[in-house]
Design a protein around this ligand. Structure first.
Ligand code: SAM
Length: 383
C-alpha cells in the first residue's frame, strides 16, 4: 500500500458505465482523477480504453499512490460479483445525507456513475440509488461530493506515497518538489537560500514569500513586540540576571511562529509551519518555537484529539515559552489581558490548556522578574 489513507478509511472503488472512448475521453479522465484524488482505491470502466489507462498510470507515476484503473470491465459482472454495498449516483435517487447515514462503514463500497442514459437494471442492482442534490449536473461533481461526505473530508489531507513529484500547498502558486531530490520549482520561495536564523527584515520577507497574509504578518510583528518587551523589561530591571536567550533567534521565532498560516488557519498550521521551516532549513530552535506555540502548548493526547499527530507541543525552553505566551496575549494585532486569553481557552473547552497558561504566566514573571500584566497594559491596546 503506498497511499496513506489512515485507519478506518473505507474501501471504495468506482464503476464508470456508458463510457464512449471517442466522446467521453475528457470526462471519464476527470471521473478517474477525482476518484484517485479523493480516496477511492481504483476505477473500473466498462469499455476498453488503453489511452485512458495510460493517462491515469502516468498520473500515478508522477504523483504517487496505488490507484488502479481497469477498462473493458462488463458492468453487470462487476456489480453481480461485488461483495459489499453498491451505490448508484443518480439525480433520481434518495438524498445523499440520508443514504450516508444508512450505509455500513465496515462494508466495501462500489460507486457507480453513468454517462449517457443509464440502463434500468443498474437502478435495480444497486443497494442505494443516491442523489447529490436534486438537479442534473455531472458524474464528476456527484462523485466528488459523495466521496467527501463518506470520508468526512479526510480525503483532502490524504498523502500519496512515491511518485516523482510532490505538490506543497502554497497560497501564492505552485511549489513542486521532485521526490527524493529536494529540488523545487523555479521561483519557489522555499528553495531560496534562507539563513538558518533570518534577521527581522528577512523574516518578514520570508513570511511574504511563502504567502502569509498581511494580518498574519502584522500579528507576528505584534507578538514580536510583546515578547521582546518582556525581555527588555527584564534586562532593564535585573541587569545581573542571566537569561538563556539568543535575541536574534527569539525575535525570528516571535515573527515567524505562524508561518504555517500561509497554508491553513486550522490547527494544522502548526504541522505545516514545522514542515515549511524544516524545508527552508531554518534553525531547529525556530522549528521548535513554531511547533509548540499553539494554545498554552498541547499534550500528546490533546494533540490527538485535535487531529494532530501523536506528539506533544509543550514549550520547554525560556524562548519557546516566551513565544507561546506572547502569542496567547496577542489576538490579531491587539494585546489582551491574561483573563481574556484564559476565557478564550475555557470557552473552547481547553481547561487544561487554560490552567497551563496561568502557570506559564506566573513562571515567566518569576524567571524574568517582571509584571507581565502591567507590561501588557503599559502599551495602549491595538497600538
Ligand atoms: N441522463 C442520464 C441518466 O439517465 O441517468 C444522466 C446523465 S448525467 C450527465 C451523467 C451522470 O452524472 C449520471 O449517470 C449520474 O451518475 C451523475 N449525476 C448527474 N446529476 C446527478 C445528481 N443530481 N445526483 C447524483 N448523480 C448525478
Amino acid at each position: 500500500m503506498n497511499t496513506e489513507r489512515g485507519p478506518c478509511f473505507p474501501h471504495i472503488e468506482v464503476l464508470r458505465i456508458g463510457h464512449r472512448p471517442e466522446r467521453d475521453k475528457r470526462i471519464t479522465t476527470h471521473v478517474s482523477l477525482v476518484a484517485r484524488a479523493f480516496g477511492a482505491r481504483g476505477i473500473h470502466i466498462d469499455r476498453k480504453d488503453p489511452v485512458l489507462e495510460g493517462t491515469v498510470t502516468k498520473v500515478n507515476r508522477q504523483f504517487g499512490g496505488d490507484f488502479f484503473i481497469r477498462s473493458g470491465v462488463p458492468f453487470k459482472k462487476k456489480m453481480n460479483g461485488w461483495d459489499g454495498t453498491i451505490i448508484h449516483l443518480t439525480m433520481y435517487g434518495m438524498p445523499l445525507d440520508e443514504a450516508v447515514k444508512e450505509m455500513d462503514p465496515e462494508e466495501k463500497l462500489l460507486v457507480v456513475v453513468g454517462a449517457e442514459k443509464v440502463p434500468r437494471e443498474v437502478y435495480d442492482m444497486a443497494h442505494f440509488n443516491v442523489s447529490v442534490g436534486n438537479q442534473p449536473h455531472s458524474e464528476v461533481s456527484a462523485l466528488a461530493l459523495f466521496l467527501d461526505r463518506v470520508l468526512e473530508g479526510k480525503e483532502l489531507s490524504m498523502k500519496m506515497q512515491g511518485g516523482e513529484l510532490i505538490i506543497e500547498p502554497n497560497r501564492r502558486g505552485k511549489t513542486v518538489v521532485t521526490h527524493g531530490s529536494n529540488v523545487t520549482s523555479p521561483g519557489d520561495p522555499i528553495s531560496r537560500n534562507w539563513p538558518p536564523v533570518p534577521d527581522p527584515k528577512l523574516c518578514l520577507e520570508l513570511l511574504e514569500a511563502v504567502g502569509c497574509s498581511r494580518p498574519v504578518i502584522l500579528h507576528g510583528k505584534a507578538v514580536r513586540d510583546l515578547g521582546l518587551q518582556m525581555v527588555r523589561r527584564s534586562i532593564k530591571e535585573h541587569p545581573d540576571r542571566k537569561l538563556d536567550i539568543d535575541p536574534g533567534v527569539l525575535e525570528a521565532g516571535l515573527l515567524v511562529h505562524d508561518i504555517g498560516r500561509s497554508v491553513t488557519h486550522s490547527i494544522n498550521h502548526v504541522t505545516h509551519g514545522v514542515r515549511i521551516a524544516r524545508r527552508m532549513k531554518l534553525d531547529e530552535r525556530l522549528v521548535r518555537m513554531i511547533h509548540c506555540h499553539i494554545g498554552a502548548g498541547l499534550t500528546a493526547p490533546e494533540a490527538i484529539l485535535l487531529g494532530l499527530p501523536d506528539e506533544d507541543h509543550l514549550p520547554g525552553t525560556l524562548m519557546e515559552r516566551i513565544v507561546c505566551h506572547a502569542d496567547s496575549l496577542v489576538s490579531g494585532r491587539k494585546r489582551r489581558t491574561l483573563a481574556e486569553a484564559e476565557k478564550k481557552l475555557r470557552d473552547k473547552g481547553a481547561n487544561a490548556g487554560a490552567d497551563r497558561m496561568l502557570v506559564m504566566h506566573r513562571e515567566l514573571e518569576d524567571e524574568l522578574g517582571i509584571d507581565i500584566d502591567e507590561l501588557v497594559f503599559a502599551i495602549p491596546k491595538g497600538y
